[in-house]
Design a protein around this ligand. Structure first.
Ligand code: AMP
Length: 466
């Protein structure tokens, strides 16, 4: 089997990998690293959990190590675009971890935080800039950064970008990039036609193509079941799950932000420690909740799909889907949270009567029949529901979108939403109008997956390891 030492990577990178305890490349790493090291463009069909971050970070760092030169002022040598702040932060941390013996400078910028710190960090130039599209466009418009120095461009999670309405911002950003010579790495879990179009616009002809972990592979590794239950009894059913000590570190998915808060509150009321993350929480709140969950201080993280996308948390014992997602592909992404880096995991989905159609769609897309158990008309659940205290606020009766509420679009053959109206976008495109900015509290207790010193606080939305 190929080892990292067989790939010709620079010594300081091998040392960093050894520090992490990584010896064997994952399939996407083994296939992508040699080609990207030699300067080829890459089209990678892969989702998180496959090791795709290292598949691009390692060969990029190798190229930087081979060709040392100062990063141009107010610019970067490598630009990575990521759909969410959480994923951007993780990518930045990976670059820092793998590049710690090379001494590269890495900065991460995202929206929802103040601009000043980001501008100062970008002023001297950085080797690697990881950014979310909306905030990057702001910086480009303000001319606090230029992309003239970009040698390598990475677009990560392109299909997620499409879902979040970022395709136009990406096209605008690409216009700021130097035409050639530029190496481009493009990653997407799925290939809807709009994404395929974008690959042609961005990649040089004849890119290296690597496709790993089709949805079925994750699906196969996860022990799944569906529980049929009345919508009104889901709360009691969820509480019952936590009688089982095997439910050690659990992510519960809800369809709406309000639902996430209610479910977390409901769990707290029955003595199960839970925190929620979603797009209405400030960056500081999200970071704190994630840190608490990662540290094992709370047993449950309740999340909406967009907030949880790309989050890399090890050893999640169970994923519970409190409501089924409207988009079948989200089911696969959700259960993938528990089967990280080759591990197995368990996933439980609650299905009310009006969600049967969604279940059918999921089974069609994943080409499987999920074992199901009927808990409807269950006396014990009925009694438990009657005995439960009310959760403050309006109850969520139906799993289906309420009238006027945004219904996520399917992954395939759909166009970007017009404007931001009703469409939740954690990193909304340019909205630099003072009050539009959320203030954040210091990013306390954030875990970092590697060595190196961070010179500025994550609460500014930027850090670098200079
Ligand atoms: P990613 O798909 O990039 O989100 O990576 C998923 C997880 O796998 C992360 O926690 C990585 O740190 C981990 N990982 C990446 N490459 C390897 C490897 N070759 N061996 C073991 N773990 C890895």
């Amino acid at each position: 089997m190929t080892q990292f030492t067989d790939l010709g990577l620079a010594k300081p990178l091998l040392k960093a990998l050894a520090d992490e305890g990584y010896t064997t490349p994952t399939p996407i790493q083994a296939q992508a690293i040699p080609g990207v090291m030699s300067g080829k463009d890459l089209l990678g069909i892969a989702q998180t959990g496959t090791g795709k971050t290292a598949a691009f970070a390692l060969p990029i760092l190798h190229r930087l190590a081979e060709n040392r030169k100062p990063a141009p002022r107010r610019s970067c040598r490598v630009l990575v675009l990521s759909p969410t702040r959480e994923l951007a932060t993780q990518i930045g941390e990976s670059f820092k971890t793998y590049g710690k013996h090379i001494g590269v400078s890495v900065a991460v910028v995202f929206g929802g935080v103040k601009y000043g710190g980001q501008m100062r960090a970008l002023a001297p130039g950085v080797d690697v800039l990881v950014a979310t599209p909306g905030r990057l466009i702001d910086h480009l418009q303000e001319k606090s950064i230029t992309l003239d120095g970009v040698e390598i461009f990475v677009l990560d999670e392109a299909d997620q970008m499409l879902d979040m309405g970022f395709i136009l911002p990406i096209r605008r950003i690409v216009k700021f990039l130097p035409k050639s010579p530029r190496q481009n790495l493009f990653f997407s879990a799925t290939m809807p036609s709009e994404i395929e179009k974008l690959t042609v616009e961005i990649l040089n002809p004849n890119p290296l193509k690597v496709s790993v972990t089709p949805a079925a592979t994750t699906v196969d590794r996860v022990n799944q079941r569906v529980l049929f239950v009345e919508q009104t009894r889901k709360r009691a059913l969820l509480a019952e799950m936590f009688d089982d000590p095997a439910f050690k570190r659990v992510i519960v998915f809800t369809r709406t932000k309000r639902g996430a808060d209610r479910v977390a509150k409901g769990l707290e009321q029955v003595g199960v420690d839970a925190v929620s993350i979603h797009g209405d929480k400030s960056q500081g709140q999200r970071e704190r909740a994630l840190a608490q969950f990662k540290a094992g201080e709370v047993r449950v993280l309740v999340a909406t799909d967009i907030a949880a996308r790309g989050i890399d948390i090890d050893a999640v014992s169970h994923v519970v889907q409190y409501e089924l997602p409207n988009v079948p592909e989200s089911y696969v992404h959700r259960i993938g949270r528990t089967a990280r880096a080759g591990a197995d995991g368990s996933a439980v989905a609650f299905c009310a009567d009006d969600e049967r159609g969604l279940l059918k769609d999921i089974e069609k897309v994943t080409r499987q029949r999920i074992p199901s158990f009927d808990r409807r008309n269950d006396r014990q659940l009925g009694a438990a529901t009657a005995a439960m205290p009310e959760v403050a606020g309006k109850p969520e009766r139906s799993a289906q979108p309420h009238r006027g509420e945004h219904r996520p679009q399917r992954n395939r053959n759909h166009s970007a939403p017009k404007g931001a109206g009703g469409h939740h976008r954690p990193d909304a495109a340019p909205a630099r109008t003072g009050t539009g900015e959320r203030s954040t509290s210091p990013g306390r207790g954030r875990s970092s997956r590697g060595g190196g010193q961070r010179s500025s606080s994550s609460s500014t939305g930027v850090w670098s390891n200079r």
